[in-house]
Design a protein around this ligand. Structure first.
Ligand SMILES: Nc1ncnc2c1ncn2[C@@H]1O[C@H](COP(=O)(O)OP(=O)(O)OP(=O)(O)O)[C@@H](O)[C@H]1O
Ligand SMILES: [Mg+2]
Length: 364
């Protein structure tokens, strides 16, 4: 699962990426500092792992992770080849969700490609470019299948109808959920990796002085209002502050945060929101050797979830011993949970739930 960090040039994308991934890729005060995408893996902090650690006292705890990709800045006209143009857009096609960094901080020393701070204008630029790029893809495809669709070839009719619907949706700025599309049409559309259909959150990149009270920044409040109308979540952070504290010890971090009137880093919220945005859930495996978190997609059944660990587990799946996280915590030990009848034996059709602690029985 990949999350792309997207936005205008020089708004703080690489700075945020460095903070998230504890890396040191080039983040610099000029547009197009980033050209090739940077890729990094980020652990997903989960307090439940700390609790499971206390229960199982394992030798090690392994959190789950997601991948972040820092992508080159996008400018007006990118869909027509401006800036890094289509090369840039192809990198966005590969991600499953988008974190859009929106500059809300004022700083005369840091160049803004549009010459002023205006988050709503910036959002509009990005949105238009993503939509134009999609229309381009659709309009190249439609003539290729039109004849076959008119000749009533089944596959082509399905694809043609789906493309026409989505084209209209993009043009009229509607949502996919407002469209009357069949399962098959939706599947078909997925293959095109359309940018405007990717789930998105906005990261409001604030000045350090705004952290204590973001609402005092009118750029930020306007961004929130806009996002509310779109049903998009906003996460406020200062990429610069997060970067500065990313490599400190936990204790130093707390002191540093306190100086800004904060109790926690904003990065966890960025990571958690991205995880949720992707529709991701977590199940656990737990024992004395290892407690480990595994990511699955909402709706997956037990065998598929087993397959995330090893394909043999899926192929030879028999049953899954399952305890709900809350049941385990309430019972205090796996033994007590068993005695209370809280350990369930689930079969092939079981839809795994967030927090399930699972032991897979399999035979190959
Ligand atoms: N919240 C912030 N407050 C002040 N300065 C910031 C903040 N976030 C980032 N910056 C500064 O903005 C400049 C640009 O940052 P960065 O290189 O991360 O941008 P970018 O979006 O990756 O740009 P590009 O598109 O060129 O790759 C850097 O000098 C960075 O230190
Ligand atoms: Mg960059």
């Amino acid at each position: 699962m990949k999350v792309g960090i997207v936005g205008l040039p020089n708004v703080g994308k690489s700075t945020l990426f460095n903070a998230l991934t504890k890396s040191k890729v080039l983040a610099a005060n000029y547009p197009f500092a980033t050209i090739d995408p940077n890729v990094g893996v980020v652990n997903v902090n989960d307090l439940r792992l700390d609790v499971l650690f206390e229960i199982y006292k394992p030798e090690r705890v392994i959190p789950t992770s997601i991948e972040f990709i820092d992508i080159a800045g996008l400018v007006q006209g990118a869909s027509k080849g401006e800036g890094l143009g289509n090369q840039f857009l192809s990198h966005i096609r590969e991600v499953d969700a988008i974190c859009q960094v929106v500059r809300c901080f004022e700083d005369g020393n840091i160049t803004h490609v549009e010459g002023s701070i205006d988050p709503l204008r910036d959002l509009e630029i990005i949105k238009i470019e993503l939509r134009l790029a999609d229309l381009d893809v659709i309009d190249k495809r439609i003539p290729k299948i039109e004849k076959k669709a008119k000749a009533k070839i089944k596959e082509a009719v399905l694809e043609y109808d789906a493309l026409i619907k989505v084209r209209k949706m993009i043009e009229e700025e509607k949502h996919l959920k407002d469209l009357d599309m069949s399962e098959d049409e939706l599947k078909m559309i997925k293959n095109f990796n359309l940018l405007s259909l990717k789930p998105m959150i906005y990261i409001a990149n604030l000045a350090d002085t705004d952290l204590e009270n973001p609402e005092s920044n009118h750029f930020y409040t306007r961004l929130i209002e806009k996002a509310n109308t779109e049903g998009i979540q906003v996460v406020p952070v200062s990429a610069q502050v997060e970067y500065e504290i990313a490599n400190l010890t936990k204790e130093e971090q707390l002191d540093f945060l306190e100086a800004y009137g904060l109790t926690a880093s904003g990065l966890d919220e960025v990571i958690r929101s991205s995880y949720a945005l992707l529709g991701l859930k977590t199940y656990f495996t737990a024992g004395v050797k290892e407690v480990r978190a595994w990511t699955f997609i909402d709706g997956m059944k037990a065998p598929q979830c087993a397959g995330i660990i090893h394909t043999d587990f899926e192929r030879g799946f028999i049953k899954a011993e399952t305890i709900a996280y809350d049941d385990l915590v309430e019972a205090k030990t796996p033994q007590a949970a068993k005695e209370k009848g809280k350990v369930r034996l689930e079969g092939k059709e079981y839809v795994v739930k967030d927090g399930d602690i699972m032991v897979f029985r399999f035979n190959v």
